[in-house]
Design a protein around this ligand. Structure first.
Ligand code: ATP
Ligand code: MG
Length: 217
């Protein structure tokens, strides 16, 4: 049990690949909520991407490590990757609660887009009981447009639900994968070591990278 950490941020994602939008969001949350550490949590198979091909977890893990190395507050967890199968947030929060103990407050960090379907997450209410939710602003996803059911759900949990303004980065991993595929530059969209890794491992060069992709069910 790590009792030195009073407030732990969890930045979940597919990180296929990790980019500056993720990093600026995690750092914004760390600073705003006084987090002692932000744990980046590359998913095994994300439940909302079941019909998508996701790059081998070991590549996504490695890129996340490379991107976070220089920030002493950032760390990367293999929890969801090693658990295998579909990665549900509730299982991760329960595991972290167990690991760090009840004295550590958990802050689960997501971008605004992830909030749109939060009410349909597995055991969504239990997630909120275990962790604060931080919804970071993201270009293209206005929280004003939340569906009524989600709005009501957020209102019920407002003490544990926080909206965080972060510098707008209109980047997505989808766009980065497309750029690599078509030979466009990804410089300044991802940290340099991540760009080098993508080039060396020849990631994202084909529409469906069979040899390096784990096929989702
Ligand atoms: P993809 O296009 O493959 O879905 P992504 O860029 O959305 O990739 P994810 O790994 O799906 O990246 O996102 C992980 C988390 O980071 C999510 O909570 C997402 O909302 C958030 N996030 C991603 N990009 C940004 C961004 N540019 N600004 C703020 N939050 C972001
Ligand atoms: Mg996404």
């Amino acid at each position: 049990m790590n009792s030195t950490i009073k407030r732990l941020g969890i930045m979940g994602g597919t990180f296929d690949p990790i980019h500056y939008g993720h990093l600026v969001t995690a750092e914004g949350a760390r600073f705003t909520f006084g987090l002692d550490q932000v744990l980046f949590m590359p998913s095994g198979q994300p439940p909302h991407k079941k019909n998508a091909r996701v790059t081998d977890p070991e590549h996504r893990y490695m890129m996340t490590v490379l991107a976070t190395l220089t920030n002493p507050y950032f760390d990367v967890s293999r929890l969801e990757i090693d658990r295998g199968g579909t990665s549900y947030t509730i299982d991760t929060l329960r595991a972290l609660h167990q690991l760090y103990g009840p004295a550590t407050e958990l802050y689960f960090i997501t971008g605004a887009d992830a909030i749109f379907d939060v009410a349909s997450w597995k055991n969504a209410d239990d997630c909120l009981a275990l962790a604060h939710f931080v919804a970071a602003t993201r270009p293209g996803f206005s929280l004003v447009d939340l569906p009524e059911s989600t709005r009501q759900w957020v209102a019920r949990h407002q003490e544990r639900f926080h909206i965080l303004k972060v510098p707008a980065m209109a980047i997505s991993s989808t766009e980065i994968r497309e750029r690599v595929r078509e030979g466009s530059s990804i410089r300044y969209l991802v940290p340099e070591p991540v760009e080098h890794y993508i080039r060396r491992q020849r990631l994202y060069t084909q529409e469906l990278p069979q040899s390096r992709a784990s096929c989702a069910k």
